[in-house]
Write a protein that binds this ligand. Structure first.
Ligand code: FE2
Length: 189
């Protein structure tokens, strides 16, 4: 019985690219695609820049929570281990909102680890383990970096008439970060 649809894999086939190379970008980073949002282009561009900064810092904080979830230790190991993962999930969901707001405004969201590392304002942490108190201090500092910039960015969005971005930063980002700070800070007070 002929078997014409199955191609035998040979070393020659493995060396050939199966999927063609990407043909290039359809929108360059830093450019704005105008959507009919009744929003000034300068306002949208400013919000895109600010949201990408918040995105980089949110993704970094999410990774920091995951690191500390994996590397948790001490007498409160189980509750800390679970709490850090809950906060990781919440920060990850927030990052999706931020990235999609960038796209909604016609911008290009950052996404990849090397770009996040280049953008983030959160200090680099060591690869090794730290005790719970130092993990918590590091997390609280990261939250404060985000809250400081977020309040200024929310005010800027409101001044530019971008109430949607203002609402997202206040209702989603600031409130989530403030609540997480409470849950984390109570462990060392
Ligand atoms: Fe886990």
């Amino acid at each position: 019985m002929p078997n014409s649809t199955i191609t035998k894999i040979s070393p020659t086939h493995l060396q050939s690219p199966v999927i063609p190379s990407p043909r290039g970008e359809t929108q360059a980073y830093g450019t704005l695609r105008r959507h009919p949002l009744a929003l000034d282009a300068n306002a949208a561009a400013a919000s895109v820049d600010n949201l990408n900064q918040l995105l980089a810092d949110t993704l970094t904080l999410a990774a920091l929570y995951k690191k500390h979830h994996w590397q948790a230790s001490g007498p409160n190991f189980y509750s800390i281990h679970l709490l850090f993962d809950k906060h990781f999930e919440e920060q990850s969901s927030l990052s999706d909102l931020l990235a999609e707001r960038v796209q909604t405004l016609g911008g290009v969201s950052i996404a990849m680890a090397h770009d996040i590392a280049e953008f983030t304002m959160i200090p680099r942490c060591p690869k090794g383990r730290e005790d719970t108190e130092n993990q918590i201090k590091r997390l609280l500092h990261a939250h404060e970096v985000i809250l400081l910039e977020a309040r200024a960015m929310a005010n800027e969005a409101a001044e530019h008439g971008d109430t949607g971005t203002n609402d997202m930063i206040v209702s989603n980002l600031i409130r989530l970060n403030e609540t997480q700070v409470w849950f984390v800070a109570e462990h060392i007070q």
